[in-house]
Design a protein around this ligand. Structure first.
Ligand code: FNR
Length: 359
């Protein structure tokens, strides 16, 4: 793991309420998937090319919904005000300053319009994307989409890996089920079905289907990413249903407890999509080497979830900036060591299994 990220993790753990630390850190079941996301990266190695580099390297990526100055964006995670009083505003400012996208979640403790305003105050061209779960009450989904559009979001991310809530033992042990007084999922305030001035719970339903996705796509002209895809056939279906991109993710090991590591699911999805739309990955990315491996396996960029929460808890906006700066610096360094000029030089032949020889 990146030294900077590991230090920020330790600082975050020291300052966070243990129940909140465990809410962020924990995973589903016995946390095997959580561990595997990181362990799978350690089972892979990069086989560098030599004598083909450049004095400076280009780390930028163009995606539907924005240009990233580095191939790392901020994955949607819930309840940033548990980590720091500035919450998602701080995360938005740091992401905008780094030139990357914040995917702001429906479970944000700051309303999406304020999150986008915070990013735009740093960089008027900043892109913020909005993540939502397809709500079983489609009036709620439509209301959220309109709010994201009015706020100025540049893309929507629909999370498909959560037909039901994951079961988190650490939360059960702490009895952590509700936000503390004064904090709420602000995007759910005054949605259809909410009490006047109050919020409605974020709901999930196993009956949500591709038809819901089609209706959502018809609701908006925004590019639509599908997050939480692991099966290559679902990636193909997603393309057929008109998504702008696919996010390979197992929700950071927080949903199904018998799925493969995200990076292990990536190559088959990349092959199935065959370049028709970009593929992102999140889960277990903890340093520039992991970013390089994922890109070499075909990801256009990666997302980070928990590392951003550690930075936020440790030092607010500055802490998130340190996470993104460290990752940018490390990706650049690895790219130089692999003889790369830009991210396209990270190709699949550079990835080999660790400890199994090279053929
Ligand atoms: C998440 N994640 C998530 N995903 C999503 O689509 N909507 C959400 O509301 C949340 N909430 C959430 C809360 C917390 C505390 C965590 C840690 C994660 C999943 C997230 O977007 C991403 O897939 C993982 O965090 C990626 O794994 P790493 O980087 O944390 O290993």
């Amino acid at each position: 793991m990146s030294t900077v990220l590991s230090e920020l993790h330790d600082e975050a753990r020291a300052v966070l309420d243990p129940a909140h630390y465990d809410y962020y850190a924990g995973g589903v079941g016995d946390e095997a998937v959580l561990g595997e996301n990181e362990a799978a990266f350690r089972r892979l190695a990069l086989l560098p090319r030599v004598l083909r580099g450049a004095e400076t390297r280009d780390l930028a990526v163009d995606l539907p919904g924005g240009r990233l100055a580095l191939p790392v964006l901020v994955s949607p995670t819930a309840f940033h005000r548990l980590a720091h009083p500035d919450g998602e505003r701080a995360t938005a400012r740091a992401a905008a300053a780094a030139g990357t996208v914040l995917v702001s979640g429906v479970a944000s403790t700051v309303a999406i319009a304020e999150v986008v305003a915070a990013a735009r105050a740093v960089d008027p061209g900043a892109s913020v994307w909005f993540q939502l779960y397809p709500h079983p009450d489609e009036d709620v989904t439509a209301c959220l989409v309109r709010r994201a559009e009015r706020a100025g979001c540049a893309a929507l991310v629909v999370t498909a890996d959560s037909p039901v809530f994951g079961r988190h033992r650490r939360d059960a042990e702490h009895g952590f089920h509700d936000l503390p007084a004064g904090l709420a999922a602000e995007n759910m305030r005054d949605v259809p079905g909410a009490p006047p001035g109050g919020t409605r719970d974020i709901a999930m339903s196993p009956a949500v289907s591709w038809a819901h996705l089609d209706r959502l796509r018809e609701l908006t002209a925004l590019p639509l990413w599908l997050k939480g895809v692991l099966h290559p056939r679902d990636a193909v279906l997603a393309v057929e249903h008109g998504v702008a991109g696919v996010v390979v993710s197992n929700h950071g090991g927080r949903q199904c407890d018998v799925v493969p590591a995200a990076v292990e699911a990536l190559p088959a999805v990349v092959d199935a999509v065959a370049g028709r739309v970009p593929v992102l990955l999140d889960g277990g990315v903890r340093g520039g080497g992991d970013v390089a491996v994922a890109l070499a396996l075909g990801a256009a960029a990666v997302g980070v979830g928990r590392p951003v929460l550690w930075g936020l808890a440790a030092a607010g906006e500055t802490g998130v900036a340190r996470v993104l700066d460290a990752l940018r610096d490390e990706v650049d360094h690895v790219l130089a060591l692999c003889g790369g000029r830009d991210l396209a030089d990270l190709t699949r032949d550079l990835v080999v299994p660790r400890g199994a020889g090279v053929s």
